[in-house]
Design a protein around this ligand. Structure first.
Ligand SMILES: [Ca+2]
Ligand SMILES: [Ca+2]
Ligand SMILES: [Ca+2]
Length: 334
């Protein structure tokens, strides 16, 4: 009799166990160091974390964005993303053979500086079928919104020596893939399952005063650029090192001046802008007048980054370039 009860209890334990543990999406493991740590299976959980659901639905396997949807979170100066990382599981992302604006290019996540007009950004996108090798990833960080350079970029094309495409072999509708991405002034890391790619940067990083983080879409929620897939098990981590630019004190010891931190130090007098412009090479000045293609841009940055990786020097831009690029003289170059 006792043995029979034991088997009944054992059977119940197993059946309850299978009901309690979702078969595909396991609850995310949080260790308390996260800015966000969510399994993304309910709207109330997202809203409780401060997330604004622009469009999408939830089920036990996670969140799927609608067209022009996604989820936005906003962070103030108290959260410093100058270095950070994200982990998220993505199920059912497919290599859709459509043009860039028709679902061929989709966003895994975006970070944008705020208030509106800030030029800091980070983005991870699955690129269109006609972009380089097709259905590859581009993970880029920029702080000046200029198309002629990145602060750091990983492009998973064959040209860049770190090849990964979701069409080679094609991802399937039942596949869940794990994304891990890191950024800092030292560069970027992108890991998809067992694939890993790293890149140095030019020393600039994502450090706007206010930040917007958008999951599964671009910050601007462009039509057909949401990732049509289930997102689950999100972990977002911020370095939370002390913020200098934005603390209402102009600190020369941290490299702040009217160029690098007008928020604290005030806008530069006009003659300083003129001095900066006169120091630029003719080529750099012309660059601002032309619409350069993404490809030219990426090649130039890649060459710059790889040449730095090859040298024994730290991956920082030459002082002049860094200063002009890193501050708000960017409008002069547009
Ligand atoms: Ca740029
Ligand atoms: Ca400051
Ligand atoms: Ca820059």
């Amino acid at each position: 009799m006792k043995q029979k009860n034991f088997y009944i209890i054992l059977a119940l334990t197993f059946s309850i166990g299978f009901y309690l543990v979702p078969s595909i999406s396991f609850p995310v493991t949080c260790d308390g160091t996260e800015v966000l740590c969510l399994d993304l299976t309910s709207n109330w959980e997202v809203e409780a974390s401060g997330g604004i659901i622009i469009g999408g639905d939830f089920n036990s396997e996670g969140f799927m964005p609608y067209n022009e949807g996604g989820i936005d979170w906003f962070f103030g100066i108290e959260t410093n993303f100058a270095s950070g990382s994200i982990d998220v599981d993505v199920k059912g992302l497919l290599p859709v053979n459509e043009a860039e604006d028709r679902g061929g290019k989709v966003s895994i996540f975006s970070f944008c500086g705020r208030p509106e007009g800030d030029t800091h950004s980070i983005g991870l996108q699955k690129m269109a079928p006609d972009y380089r090798d097709g259905h590859i990833f581009r993970f880029g960080m920029d702080d000046d919104n200029l198309a002629d350079n990145w602060d750091a970029v990983i492009i998973t094309g064959r040209d860049f020596g770190c090849y990964y495409s979701i069409n080679d072999p094609p991802w399937g509708p039942d596949e869940t893939h794990h994304f891990h991405a890191e950024w800092s002034s030292a560069g970027l890391v992108l890991q998809i399952d067992d694939f890993r790619c790293e890149s140095g940067g030019n020393g600039d990083t994502f450090d706007p005063i206010e930040k917007m983080f958008t999951l599964a879409a671009r910050c601007t929620h462009y039509a057909n650029q949401q990732a049509v897939a289930r997102f689950s098990n999100l972990r977002l981590i911020a370095s939370n090192e002390p913020v200098h630019c934005g603390n209402h004190s102009c600190e020369a010891e941290y490299g702040e001046d009217c160029i690098s931190c007008p928020y604290d130090c005030g806008d530069c007098p006009e003659e300083i802008y003129e001095e900066i412009i006169s120091e630029l090479t003719e080529e750099q000045q012309n660059m601002g007048d032309e619409t350069t293609t993404e490809e030219v841009t990426e090649n130039a940055v890649w060459e710059e980054i790889t040449s730095k990786e090859d040298s024994s020097e730290e991956p920082t831009a030459e002082p002049g370039a860094s200063k002009v690029e890193g501050g708000c003289s960017c409008n002069l170059l547009l």
